[in-house]
Design a protein around this ligand. Structure first.
Ligand SMILES: [Zn+2]
Length: 235
């Protein structure tokens, strides 16, 4: 399999994309995610055939790219209708007079009163996300420490821009509050990683065995976090 980058104009917009050719492909397929547009094609597919397919699906491609683009930059403005990720679920910010403190109902996060300025909403949402993070991270670390026969560690929130978690030699765990946006499996990977340090203060094979004992094979989760979690740091 080999990959090449190309450009195409779709409805007046320049769109870059990656073409991956593989013998296993029988037809041309389009994939759009946080990395952008990728085309999977059989070795025999011509550039013209790929471009024709992209033109045919131009509206869909542009819409999907925009969706991912807006989700990639969770800068949090505090405006109604904004999408906020919490534990891997997208919540829609709704202005509601009855919510004097943020309240989650299904996939909506109610924040009020409606007269509140966007900046004040943003602050309240951040406080709410941090409270969610404290509760969930403490609970997940307690679950993993119990499994290792250890007392529940003290968990504090950090706002480091470079790391998701750390464990000090006195047994205290710090986890980045921004991780609350990520799916639970990623949160669990970081929690299990730090709890495993209560047993092994290193990254030896013995340490990784403890992590795997807690969450199964850690490698795909570790890779996913490294590859994709950077966007959560923008909040
Ligand atoms: Zn570590």
């Amino acid at each position: 399999m080999n990959a090449a980058t190309a450009q195409i104009e779709l409805q007046g917009r320049q769109v870059g994309f990656e073409v991956r050719r593989s013998r296993r492909r029988r037809s041309i397929g389009l994939l759009i995610d946080e990395r952008g547009l990728r085309v999977a094609a059989p070795p025999s597919a011509s550039t013209l055939a790929i471009e024709t397919l992209l033109q045919e699906h131009a509206a869909w491609v542009l819409r999907k790219l925009d969706e991912w683009q807006s989700r990639q930059h969770p800068t949090l403005t505090g405006k109604a209708g904004e999408q906020i990720a919490c534990c891997g679920v997208w919540l829609t910010l709704v202005s509601d007079d009855s919510a004097d403190r943020p309240q989650r109902i299904g996939d909506r996060l109610l924040v009020g009163p409606s007269a509140l300025k966007a900046e004040a909403v943003r602050r309240r949402v951040t406080v709410w996300l941090k409270a969610e993070a404290t509760a969930l991270f403490s609970q997940r670390c307690a679950v993993f420490s119990t499994r290792l026969g250890l007392p529940a560690p003290q968990v504090r929130l950090s706002s480091a821009r470079t790391r998701w978690g750390s464990c000090s030699s006195n047994g205290r765990i710090n986890m980045n509050w921004r991780l609350i946006q990520a799916p639970l499996e990623w949160i669990d990977y970081v929690a299990a990683h730090e709890v495993a340090h209560l047993r092994q203060m290193n990254h030896s094979p013995a340490f990784w065995r403890v992590v795997d004992e807690l969450i199964g094979d850690h490698r795909p989760l570790r890779a996913a976090l490294r590859r994709d979690a950077g966007r959560f740091l923008r909040l």
